[in-house]
Design a protein around this ligand. Structure first.
Ligand code: AMP
Length: 416
């Protein structure tokens, strides 16, 4: 199906062509006509599906046909959970609006940076605001923006908005909008609180579900590797070097781990930077820009980066620490294999995380062979030789790695 059959106006079709999109993705083919008909939408979709353009294109068209007032009043609001996603969606809106006959003003607002330039930018109003909820409310409190004319609301990654504790802020924002409006609601998952909000917000929504589980996800090869926890950095280094990977996103559990692993890689002359919520916004933006421009080979990130980020040609994602949940796993691995490219998602599994890994596998209906990389085979935990000879030992002796001979001796002793 071509884009031209979806009811979009010629300037938007030109903009789509300039971005190099040849045909609509599944979510675009379903969402665009529904939004143009004025319907509310409940979309289950994750980043990588093309959902941003799915709501931005018809949103722009709706604004073109709507009334124009001076000064500009905010007519469309896109709420997103993270600063990076705000910046990314704002950029997509600007790019797709480029060919329109009349200029639409887009304001992107998010926290972590000075509020003053955002206040200045909102002087004279804006047609479209892309925002994280907290900063948007700050701007409302400063009388920098009025939302009572918003007739088109997009909630992007609604589940993440809840997870990040934005439920109260969302409630406050919703109360400020025009009661008669079109609502588009996108979420990768629909836990009860999110579903309840969707039910409250949406009027007879068109339900669009293009959520692929990772097992059907486009071209993502998933692999799991058994490795002792203490040797993960070495294995990572080894994999980067032997595979000649040029761009790798590595997920860790904590800010400290992000700093530490990046530091160790740098010491091994691998160009790596940490990426986490405690870095300044300037630094985060810089790291991402360097990564996208291939000035940086490896980014070691906490889950701040798991959602929303669109980095074209990201061939490898590594779970150095396993994600907390199966849902987070989907988001992490969804950073690769985007828009028709192929990707690899590797998960490091050690003795103490094996049970958790099995749970993720079960939830994802996966069953991956636990690979061992030569030279990094985990040291088997020896059965303890307590009097009863029954309870298994929980770990080896720190700092002492049994040699091959030790292992053979232990095996012989067990057999004998
Ligand atoms: P999203 O899911 O919105 O984050 O989009 C994922 C990636 O797909 C982005 O790099 C988009 O530019 C790209 N994309 C969106 N729509 C299309 C399309 N119809 N054809 C090719 N690429 C697309």
């Amino acid at each position: 199906m071509p884009f031209s059959s979806l009811g979009l106006s010629p300037p938007l079709l030109r903009a789509v062509g300039l971005r190099g999109y040849l045909a609509p993705t599944a979510i675009q083919a379903e969402t665009i006509p529904a939004v143009l008909q004025g319907r509310d939408v409940l979309g289950s979709a994750q980043t990588g599906s093309g959902k941003t353009a799915a709501f931005v294109l018809p949103l722009l068209q709706q604004l073109l046909t709507g009334p124009h007032e001076k000064p500009r009043r905010v007519r469309a609001l896109v709420l997103v959970p993270t600063r990076e996603l705000a910046a990314q969606v704002g950029e997509t809106v600007r790019s797709l609006a480029q060919q329109l006959p009349q200029a639409l003003k887009v304001a992107t607002v998010f926290g972590g940076v000075s509020i003053n330039p955002q206040m200045m930018n909102l002087r004279g109003g804006a047609d479209i605001v892309v925002a994280t909820p907290g900063r948007l409310l700050d701007l409302v409190d400063h009388n920098a923006v009025v939302l009572s004319s918003v007739r088109l609301l997009v909630l992007d990654e609604a589940d993440r908005l809840f997870e990040l504790g934005f439920a109260d802020e969302l409630g406050r924002v919703l109360a400020l909008l025009a009661p008669q409006r079109q609502n588009l609601f996108f979420s990768a998952t629909l836990p009860p609180a999110v579903l309840a909000l969707a039910q409250k917000l949406l009027r007879e929504p068109v339900r669009i579900d293009v959520l692929a589980g990772p097992e059907q996800a486009p071209d993502i090869v998933q692999r799991a590797m058994a490795v002792d926890a203490g040797r993960r950095t070495q294995l990572l280094r080894h994999l980067i070097q032997t595979n000649g990977w040029r761009r790798v996103l590595v997920f860790v559990a904590t800010k400290h781990a992000a700093e530490m692993v990046a530091d160790k890689l740098r010491k091994a002359r691998i160009n790596a930077e940490p990426f986490h919520g405690e870095l300044s916004q300037g630094k985060r933006t810089q790291v991402l820009a360097d990564f996208k421009a291939s000035r940086l080979k490896v980014v070691i990130a906490t889950d701040v980066a798991a959602r929303g980020l669109d980095i074209a040609q990201l061939p490898v994602v590594v779970n150095y620490d396993l994600p907390r949940s199966a849902v987070e796993y989907i988001h992490r691995i969804g950073r690769t294999g985007r828009a028709g490219e192929s990707g690899v998602a590797l998960s490091f599994v050690s003795a103490d995380t094996l049970a958790h890994w099995r749970l993720i596998e079960k939830r994802q209906r996966l069953s991956l062979p636990l690979e061992q990389i030569e030279g990094f085979e985990p040291v088997p935990t020896e059965p303890s030789t307590d009097e009863a000879g029954s309870s298994p030992a929980t770990g080896g002796i720190k700092g002492k790695r049994p040699s091959k001979k030790d292992k053979l001796r232990a095996a012989a002793a067990r057999a004998g």
